[in-house]
Design a protein around this ligand. Structure first.
Ligand code: FEO
Length: 162
């Protein structure tokens, strides 16, 4: 049986992953409206990945004989200012999620909850990837500045994500 505090923080993380999925879907809609179809595609897949992360928490809570408690989702923004602003918002959100995962990890340590430890290790590694992916796109966008041709090249590259 899982400790009630662990159950609570795992449910909070389930909600945060669902919100991330919601946020990235809003970003995908924004990129569609901006005719940046590669960015829109990339974000749509990112949204799908976050929903999968949420389901990992859903399954883990159930497997540990805990109770999944769904919470309401905050409304994501509709506009993100610019392509670079949207990607910066994405990186900022990933850093927030990294902090939450680290807090979860610490709580698992406090309760000597070894199964949660092992479960969370995948997320610790995943966050390194997630932050890097957002940072790489930001670096490319910074490099091209206001060059529209450069933006189309990045957009084409992101369209290839499978
Ligand atoms: Fe599931 Fe991008 O954190």
């Amino acid at each position: 049986m899982i400790h009630p505090e662990m159950e609570k923080v795992l449910n909070d993380q389930l909600n945060a992953e669902l919100y991330a999925s919601h946020l990235y879907l809003a970003m995908s809609a924004y990129f569609e409206a901006e005719n940046l179809r590669g960015f829109a595609h990339w974000m749509r897949l990112q949204s799908k990945e976050e929903a999968e992360h949420a389901m990992k928490f859903f399954d883990f809570i159930n497997d540990r004989d805990g109770r999944v408690t769904l919470q309401s989702l905050a409304e994501p923004p509709r506009d993100f200012g610019s392509c670079l602003d949207a990607m910066n918002a994405s990186l900022e959100h990933e850093r927030k999620v990294t902090g939450m995962i680290e807090n979860l990890y610490r709580t698992a340590q406090q309760h000597s909850d070894y199964p949660s430890h092992v479960f969370l290790e995948w997320f610790v590694e995943e966050q390194v990837e997630e932050e890097k992916a957002a940072q790489d796109i930001i670096d490319d966008l910074t490099l091209i500045g206001d060059d529209k041709a450069g933006l189309l090249i990045i957009d084409g590259k992101l369209a290839d994500r499978s």
